[in-house]
Write a protein that binds this ligand. Sequence first.
Ligand SMILES: C[S@@+](CC[C@H](N)C(=O)[O-])C[C@H]1O[C@@H](n2cnc3c(N)ncnc32)[C@H](O)[C@@H]1O
Ligand SMILES: O=c1cc(-c2ccc(O)cc2)oc2c(O)c(O)ccc12
Length: 248
Amino acid sequence: MEDCGMPKGLLQSAQVEHYGRPKGLLQSAELYQYILETSVYPREPEPLKELRDITASHPRASMATSPDAGQLMAMLLKLLDAKKTIEVGVFTGYSLLLTALSIPDDGKIIAIDVNRETYEIGLPVIQKAGVQHKIDFVESQALPVLDKLLEDHGNAGSFDFAFIDADKDNYINYHERLMKLLKVGGVVVYDNTLRRGMVALPESAVPEWRKQDRQVMIELNKSLAADPRVQISHVPLGDGITICRRIC
Ligand SMILES: C[S@@+](CC[C@H](N)C(=O)[O-])C[C@H]1O[C@@H](n2cnc3c(N)ncnc32)[C@H](O)[C@@H]1O
Ligand SMILES: O=c1cc(-c2ccc(O)cc2)oc2c(O)c(O)ccc12
């Protein structure tokens, strides 16, 4: 298999065929597969499985949220009793559908993506699952949409949950907006915060074209760890997720 520029040591430890690309950060591919097959796939709602299968044939299928990270997000949404949520980075809608299935019937998701075409790939599954009425899809760059939301003062401190899975170099900007939009006690989850383990490698071990990606995530991780406005947990599920609970 082509290694897509991934450093060799990491590839060996993270190599699980997942739509043609390695996924998972655990000590072995077998362990990751064990978790998926034992605890994740058997409990995955049928519409999510269908959407995952449809997405598998997309050339960029590896962008979809990992089902193990998704399972934790579904639990967080239930624990929070989340009703009003934001998603930045929809792609074909795996994380969007899991959110829509987890919130109550009168819950709402503002789902933002620059690309409506990929959202429309998953839309028939979302419709069949009977949850489309919970989704307000906005085709746009995310930052101006978040800024627009903040112009309406009724939105400040009103969101229960946000999931950020888009352009990594803007995560820090999204975070500033979310610290105003989320209620105290609300949660934002950032995806890809371990960047396939590259954040922990010396820069010299990282291919040139991935150096900026790695640096952006290192800076974000430092900034979140030092942010007194949030309680955090950095979790090695999927490609690494950071859960931030607004505390003030
Ligand atoms: C990793 S994929 C999202 C995966 C999705 N969460 C899922 O479960 O399938 C990233 C998405 O972010 C979108 N995106 C990239 N930059 C963006 C931006 N500045 N604003 C909004 N969406 C953006 C891309 O079009 C792409 O669909
Ligand atoms: O391979 C990717 C690429 C992205 C990505 C790149 C550039 C953007 O502006 C947005 C997203 O995101 C990914 C991702 O979130 C993931 O879990 C796996 C792969 C990729």
